[in-house]
Design a binder for this molecule. Structure first.
Ligand SMILES: [Zn+2]
Length: 275
């Protein structure tokens, strides 16, 4: 799941979302009644199960009984109980639904979604997420020697790491371009104590991903001329080589992007792109 949903799920499951009952416990002076229905204290179980903003949703056909059964009145563990019973997919959909319910409560959000609109939004969210997942794979274009622009909505991030063998220093170049080929941002760096060309490339790759994350780019295509690295980035297997840790860190960063792909380009094209 995207990081924002994971973080939300963790807070929900641990009972630490800022519902009114939790705020009061922390000494923050708010009313305790639910701002939507004013029927009971706004606890997590009220907000996500009993409140009218939530209860009708769980009665829809797409949900199994376990979502409405009232056994898990405990503030915590609602989701973990469900995760033992339900399949992973239904749990993910449930979690996204809770997330949408939570944002539907937002007072700034004056026009609240109806139950049907909530579920339509959840379905759309899941569809887009799955689409993004399925495109998270490498397209190896070994013959490509010319830089090509990414499709609309994507930024292409070219990285290159080159060793200056004499003094164990590597130079790193990262260039971010949009769909028109316009340079959005670029960065370069020098790292010492690097002796292996693949390490230089791995450092460049990691820098490229960290840089893109900091720029807040949501959809990226990472491109480099180190074919092995590009393959490693999408491989499920753990890399035990010298660059294993860098690859693992880069893989973790993939989750920061809504859409992610990696491509290989021949050296000449990459040199032209990164300058
Ligand atoms: Zn309520």
């Amino acid at each position: 799941m995207p990081p924002k949903i994971n973080i939300f799920g963790w807070r929900l499951n641990n009972g630490i979302l800022p519902v009114f009952s939790n705020l009061r416990r922390r000494g923050i002076g708010v009313q305790d009644r639910c701002p939507i229905c004013r029927q009971e204290e706004e606890t997590i179980m009220h907000a996500f199960k009993r409140c009218r903003l939530a209860s009708e949703i769980w009665k829809m056909d797409c949900w199994g009984d376990e979502w409405t059964n009232a056994e898990h009145e405990c503030e915590k563990r609602w989701l973990s109980n469900l995760s033992k019973k339900g399949d992973r997919n239904s749990l993910e959909v449930g979690l996204v639904t809770c997330w949408v319910i939570w944002h539907n409560k937002d007072i700034k959000n004056k026009v609240r979604r109806t139950d049907e609109e909530t579920m339509a939004y959840v379905r759309q969210f899941m569809e887009e997420y799955e689409k993004a997942q399925s495109r998270s794979d490498v397209q190896i274009i070994q013959k490509s020697t010319r830089w090509t622009a990414p499709e609309e909505g994507y930024a292409k991030v070219n990285f290159d790491g080159a060793l200056e063998v004499d003094d164990c220093v590597c130079g790193i170049g990262v260039v971010v371009k949009d769909e028109l080929g316009k340079v959005l941002r670029a960065c370069s760096n020098r790292v010492t104590h690097v002796r292996d060309p693949i390490v230089a490339e791995a450092r460049a790759l990691y820098t490229a991903m960290e840089f893109s994350k900091q720029l807040g780019i949501q959809s990226i295509i990472v491109e480099g001329d180190a074919l092995e690295l590009v393959n490693q980035l999408i491989s499920e297997e753990e890399n035990l080589l010298i660059i294993g840790e860098l690859i693992q860190k880069a893989k973790t960063l993939k989750q920061c992007f809504i859409q992610f792909a990696a491509t290989h380009i021949k050296r000449e094209g990459n040199k032209a792109a990164t300058g």
